[in-house]
Design a protein around this ligand. Structure first.
Ligand SMILES: *Cc1c(COP(=O)(O)O)cnc(C)c1O
Length: 433
């Protein structure tokens, strides 16, 4: 498989695409063409087995191809259950059973595994470690830290903004030792990102430290996300013989795009609805045809506070014509007020506790016309465990949120982190160690 930037320039192979993150023209990488499957011929049952079949074409011709099976077993090492809420009609795909309790664990673990193997392939292991930089507003940094922790040949530096992550998220960012270190930046998330950009744009720094990025636009995070959408649709087909519709809580459009790619690859998926918080750039676009990126606004579903979703570029590359795009997806915004109401309502009516992001998905489901609820089958993606956002959820439902074991264990670890001023001189001193 060859990869191109969305502009059609800059051809690259899989190792280059994953090592670079962004194409040299500043655009995102996409596969030259999405592979096409007859889903009925897919044999695998478990997530790892389906991953091996589904991702094989993306690895074809790469030296990484022989390692694909190992990579999939390494990355998909926790359960992603599809739980039925209303038999044959409504299920929830629980993506939050990984080490940091959000779906980002899947992409981060896959990326870490691929990068480790790439170093072996390129014969770079044992030399100076690769430095992986990540700026985070919450979930990404923890997932990346957990995924890369203890792997050889790579060190991770996490930057997070002072006062803008939840206490539990902060714990997940700062409880690592060894090859992971984290820094609280005296500034905003945007300033954290700007710091990374300056480091990457500094040729000396980049070469001296072999800088690489693990942010969410890396194709190595997107590919494995297609797998759970595909797998759940296949599980549903095997049980009921029908296609399924999806509702995917959306911010930067990574998870939503992965679902759209899974459908484009031939999986038994019918309608795809993106649920957003009050950052309504996607739904506005679908109703007006006018793409108007804007600054993000803060909401209770903070991991979806994105005003300029990067992956729209990949979606428009897949479906260039607006009428086709409008026919291919729907998107509906959900206000903070509705998020609170949905959390409280589902705690009682469905006996379920969601995180605020997942609540946007169920709010959209509950507002669908009756005939769509009754005549079609739906999967809502649950993107994080509510215990990560306990301060919001417990107030909304008036009860305690039980903490999953993996998170409990992590919250017991001691923490330490450095402080960083948002300037490149200070940052390069830290890189120098
Ligand atoms: C990152 C995140 C999202 C948004 O996913 P995108 O791929 O950015 O659209 C939704 N929910 C949670 C819990 C997240 O961490």
């Amino acid at each position: 498989m060859r990869y191109l930037s969305t502009q059609g320039a800059y051809e690259a192979n899989l190792i280059e695409v994953i090592g670079r993150g962004l194409a040299p023209d500043g655009r995102l990488y996409v596969p030259e063409r999405l592979p096409s499957f007859d889903f009925k011929k897919i044999q695998g049952e478990s997530l790892a087995e389906i991953a091996i079949e589904l991702l094989e074409p993306f690895f074809q011709g790469s030296p990484l191809e022989v390692g694909l099976e190992e990579i999939c077993k390494d990355a998909f090492n926790f359960p992603v259950p599809l739980e039925e809420l209303n038999k044959g009609k409504l299920s929830v795909l629980e993506l939050f059973h990984g080490p940091t309790a959000a779906f980002k664990d899947v992409g981060a673990r896959f990326l870490a595994s691929v990068m480790e193997r790439s170093l072996e392939e390129l014969g770079l292991k044992g030399e100076k470690p690769l430095t992986i930089l990540v700026a985070t507003s919450g979930d990404t940094g923890g997932a990346v830290a957990a995924a890369f922790h203890g792997r050889s040949g790579m060190r991770v530096i996490v930057l997070f903004p002072d006062g803008q992550v939840s206490p539990r998220q902060k714990h997940q960012l700062t409880c690592w030792t060894g090859n992971v270190s984290s820094y609280e930046v005296n500034g905003s998330f945007d300033q954290c990102q700007a710091l990374l950009k300056s480091a990457f744009n500094d040729v000396n720094l980049r070469e001296k430290h072999q800088l690489s990025a693990a942010n969410s636009i890396n194709l190595g995070r997107l590919l494995p996300q297609t797998v759970y959408h595909a797998a759940a649709s296949i599980w549903h087909w095997r049980q009921y013989g029908t296609k399924v519709n999806y509702i995917v809580p959306t911010g930067n459009l990574g998870n939503g795009l992965a679902c759209i790619w899974a459908r484009a690859m031939g999986m038994p998926i019918q309608d795809i609805i993106l649920s957003t918080n009050s950052n309504r750039v996607i739904s506005d676009f679908l109703s007006t045809g006018d793409w108007q990126p804007r600054s993000s606004i803060q909401t209770l579903a903070s991991a979806m506070d994105v005003g300029d979703p990067s992956n729209m570029e990949r979606l428009q590359h897949l479906i260039p014509d607006f009428p086709d795009l409008r026919a291919a997806i729907e998107a509906y915004p959900v206000s903070d007020e509705k998020i609170i109401k949905q959390l409280a309502k589902d705690h009682i009516q469905r006996d379920k506790i969601w995180c605020p992001h997942t609540a946007t998905g169920f709010s959209v489901y509950d507002e669908l016309p009756r005939n769509r609820q009754e005549n079609e089958a739906w999967i809502v993606a649950a993107t994080a465990h509510p215990a990560k956002f306990d301060h919001i959820v417990e107030e909304a439902i008036g009860a305690k949120v039980p903490v999953p074991l993996a998170l409990k264990a992590l919250l017991k670890l001691p923490t330490s982190y450095g402080k960083l001023e948002p300037d490149i001189t200070h940052f390069s001193a830290i890189l120098d160690g």
